[in-house]
Design a protein around this ligand. Structure first.
Ligand SMILES: Nc1nc2c(c(=O)[nH]1)N[C@H]1C(S)=C(S)[C@@H](COP(=O)(O)OP(=O)(O)OC[C@H]3O[C@@H](n4cnc5c(=O)[nH]c(N)nc54)[C@H](O)[C@@H]3O)O[C@H]1N2
Ligand SMILES: Nc1nc2c(c(=O)[nH]1)N[C@H]1C(S)=C(S)[C@@H](COP(=O)(O)OP(=O)(O)OC[C@H]3O[C@@H](n4cnc5c(=O)[nH]c(N)nc54)[C@H](O)[C@@H]3O)O[C@H]1N2
Ligand code: SF4
Ligand SMILES: [Mo]
Length: 708
């Protein structure tokens, strides 16, 4: 275990007798640099210290990051396998648990074929683990049914980037360059709460005169400091972006030389956006003409600009369209592939970038290879030591796996590192799916809402109990270090998956002694793919403060700036999309007159399985609430803190109201970090984007009733 001491002159929190282990936060895609403090004598985790020399986050951390260490030795950790007997969990040995899994998996596959089993993965895991989840499903279990929580997170960004730029790397530029940007156009990102340590770069740029434009139905802390806040109706981004493209063209803000040399379909786009005049755009989006004009002028006249977005625009049934259009704003301005400018999505989960590249998605193999491409299947089969004919075909998306459960196709599921019983849309369908399964296995370190449905719970190690790599929101591959041995009988996910694969007779494909061996195999698997990690080694990551993919050979410097010469499309040119305006999957009606939108608060992370177990964070934000404008509340006779019944065509729930003028009068926002009767996903619409199969978490129709 390597020892790292914070640099001299830096505020040290650690005390004598403590070791500092350099790693990164387990939560969001910022992957803030931190040192975890360990008592040398007892080996116990005692605290955290910021890492000031990490170039991306410079010692900054948010409330979740500074308390993350408290989950490692948390009293609610699951320390042994658990088996459900007569509705109650009882402790079991690894052998008993594996026996039961083997028996049921083999029985179900004998009865219903290989695809009776399924895997639901997640990306709060290292690249090594994410890679192995894909191999486990396809080689270990031989099923085509695998998908993962990134389907709810990054798949529309992926779809939009593939369509326009040909490669899905979340950011085309490294974060520290943001300091030199002249204009940020940020759509559907609550940056200050969800990627808080990014804000330092925005402030640095602002100090030098940079302008900020924010498109969000709510006046978030980021929108509050914007030069223009485009307070659009939920689900109207494609109209807003078309309107911006219209003005960029009309005012001649287009970099024609760049567009001519590097983009296809400009004439088609020009035609498609003709009708999106400021008046027309305003009538759809509800944003004033004045603001639309101002935003277009600021953006169009800035020499260096970055277009950034997040789930606000992506978690829609038109997410791929939205991403394509916003990306085109950067293309028309000739910004992609240059210093301090470009396009970026705020990748959500810690390894939301790496985890989406290496084969947890229903149709992808490692390195962004396509399962429908025979050459890709041949290459990966060779790396995995199987025959190409043995490779399962593409499966279905995360939510659609629950349709397969209802059809009886999928009879067992292994959930690894996700809590869909809270985080999937239309929860009644998900809960019914879990109830209907013949057999459910969950790997987690806490008894999450999903784990509570399980027949067998396997105790996973936390991020701090294993080593490996993640890829942060820039596309920089970084090192996660082992802070302590796995608590109790818990094991790293790769080891658990390998044990099950062995029971399924596939042991020879899963003979790993450590994560390092998996990394070596995975480098090879990614070699020649779009996300090529072949040239990246753990040593290089340490020496170079991370390495950006693609990095095809050990003497390649990595790729901090994407697309400097050409794009990832077959002809090397970017594609400008023509997108007609379409409503969201469900819009307000007479009966359901309002918009419901959902998202996050700074104090909680995703399903809340981890952060609801941290006392400080629960003190700050103990329960969900319905954020609404006082003018809207007064129509229903609601005052701040009153209970309100939220009703959508799917279900209803009761929460407290939270009044704020910083939101549209037709939109109610509820954070989604709680389970069971407090889960807002009981209400959300599972309408999927036709390309990305991403559910529309951000828009549905709602009615309110005062609860007496
Ligand atoms: N504190 C915290 N930070 C996190 C996470 C967390 O759970 N908690 N999760 C991480 C993960 S996995 C993710 S994916 C990211 C998510 O990061 P963000 O996408 O920034 O977070 P959200 O709150 O989901 O949504 C962002 C904004 O979209 C707005 N919005 C809603 N509807 C629309 C619309 O129709 N159009 C537009 N333009 N905007 C809309 C909402 O008002 C909200 O402010 O955060 C990461 N960081
Ligand atoms: N309404 C609404 N719903 C949403 C969203 C929204 O904006 N609105 N956002 C969506 C988005 S962007 C996302 S990313 C999803 C995320 O939703 P989930 O995938 O449910 O997210 P987590 O809460 O991170 O769930 C991870 C689970 O795995 C456990 N875990 C953490 N690390 C590890 C590990 O290393 N190994 C193992 N085995 N287990 C681990 C945690 O304890 C937790 O129970 O939610 C989606 N759902
Ligand atoms: S949650 Fe994100 S911003 Fe907060 S400390 Fe962790 S990585 Fe950094
Ligand atoms: Mo996410």
């Amino acid at each position: 275990m390597s020892q790292y001491i914070a640099k001299e002159g830096v505020k040290n929190l650690h005390k004598p007798g403590e070791e500092l282990i350099t790693t990164h936060c387990c939560y969001c895609g910022m992957q803030c640099g931190m040192h975890i403090r360990v008592n040398k004598k007892s080996g116990q985790v005692v605290g955290v210290e910021p890492r000031y020399d990490w170039p991306v986050t410079k010692g900054k951390m948010c409330p979740k990051g500074v308390t993350a260490y408290q989950t490692i030795e948390h009293e609610e950790r699951i320390l042994t396998p658990l088996i459900k007997k007569n509705g109650e969990f009882v402790k079991a040995s690894w052998n008993e648990a594996l026996d039961l899994i083997e028996k049921n998996y083999k029985r179900l596959q004998a009865e219903s074929g290989k695809d009776a089993l399924s895997v639901f993965g997640g990306v709060s895991m290292t690249n090594e683990k994410c890679y192995l989840v894909g191999k486990y499903a396809r080689v270990g279990l031989g099923t085509r049914f695998i998908d993962y929580n990134g389907r709810f997170c990054m798949s529309s960004a992926a779809g939009g980037f593939l369509k326009t730029l040909g490669i899905d790397r979340g950011s085309t530029l490294p974060w520290p360059e943001l300091e030199h940007t002249d204009c940020f156009f940020i759509a559907g990102s609550n940056t200050a709460e969800c990627h808080p340590t990014s804000i330092q770069w925005l402030w640095k740029a602002k100090d030098k005169g940079a302008k900020l434009i924010v498109a969000d139905p709510r006046e978030t802390p980021t929108a509050r400091v914007a030069d223009v806040h485009l307070d659009l109706k939920p689900g109207t981004d494609s109209a807003l972006a078309n309107g911006m493209l219209h003005l960029l063209i009309k005012n001649n803000y287009v970099d024609h030389e760049y567009v001519k040399k590097r983009c296809n379909n400009f004439e088609e786009l020009k035609k498609a956006v003709e009708k999106f005049t400021p008046d027309h755009t305003a009538s759809i989006t509800g944003v004033s003409v004045e603001k639309i004009l101002k935003a277009a002028h600021i953006f169009g006249l800035s020499p260096r600009s970055v277009v950034m977005f997040a789930r606000g625009v992506e978690q829609q049934s038109k997410g791929v369209d939205n991403v394509s259009l916003y990306t085109s704003m950067a293309l028309l301005r000739g910004q992609i592939g240059k210093f301090a400018s470009g396009v970026a999505t705020f990748t959500g989960q810690g390894n939301g970038q790496g985890g989406r590249e290496h084969g947890q998605k229903a149709d992808l193999l490692p390195g962004y290879r396509k399962l429908t491409d025979p050459d890709a299947v041949k290459y990966i089969s060779n790396v995995w030591g199987i025959e190409p004919e043995e490779m399962p075909k593409p499966g279905v998306s995360a939510y659609e796996m629950f349709d397969e459960i209802q059809k009886g196709t999928i009879r067992a599921m292994h959930v690894v590192c996700s809590n869909p019983a809270v985080s999937a849309p239309n929860l009644e369908h998900i809960w019914n799916g879990f109830r209907k399964l013949d057999f459910l296995v969950v790997s987690d370190f806490f008894l999450s809402e999903t784990a509570q449905f399980a027949d067998v719970v396997l105790p996973a190690a936390t991020w701090a109990e294993d080593e490996g790599t993640t890829t942060n929101l820039e596309g920089r591959v970084i090192r996660i270090r082992k802070v302590r041995e796995p608590l109790g009988e818990s094991k790293p996910d790769w080891e658990i998956l390998s044990l099950i694969a062995k029971r399924m007779g596939k042991g020879k494909h899963f003979n790993y002694k450590n994560a390092g061996e998996i990394f070596e195999e995975f480098r090879l698997a990614s070699k020649g793919g779009k996300a090529d990690y072949y040239g990246i080694t753990w040593d290089r990551i340490d020496k170079e403060s991370g390495v950006f993919w693609p990095c095809p050979s050990e003497d390649h410097p990595g790729t901090p700036t994407m697309f400097t010469e050409k794009f990832g499309t077959p002809d090397g040119k970017a594609n400008l999309p023509s997108v007609a305006w379409k409503e969201a999957g469900e819009i307000p009606t007479k009966e359901y007159p309002l918009f419901l939108t959902t998202g996050r608060v700074v104090f909680h992370y995703l399903s809340g399985a981890q952060t609801r177990r941290v006392k400080f964070l629960m003190e700050q934000c103990p329960e969900p609430y319905a954020e609404m404008h006082p003018a809207l509340a007064s129509k229903y006779g609601l005052e701040d803190g009153d209970l309100v019944k939220l009703i959508t065509p799917r279900s209803h729930m009761i929460v407290k109201t939270k009044l704020t003028k910083a939101t549209r009068r037709d939109t109610v926002f509820v954070p989604y970090h709680w389970g069971k009767e407090l889960a807002v996903n009981q209400l959300t619409n599972p309408c999927l984007d036709p390309i990305s199969r991403m559910p529309e978490f951000k828009v549905c129709a709602l009615k309110l009733e005062k609860h007496h």
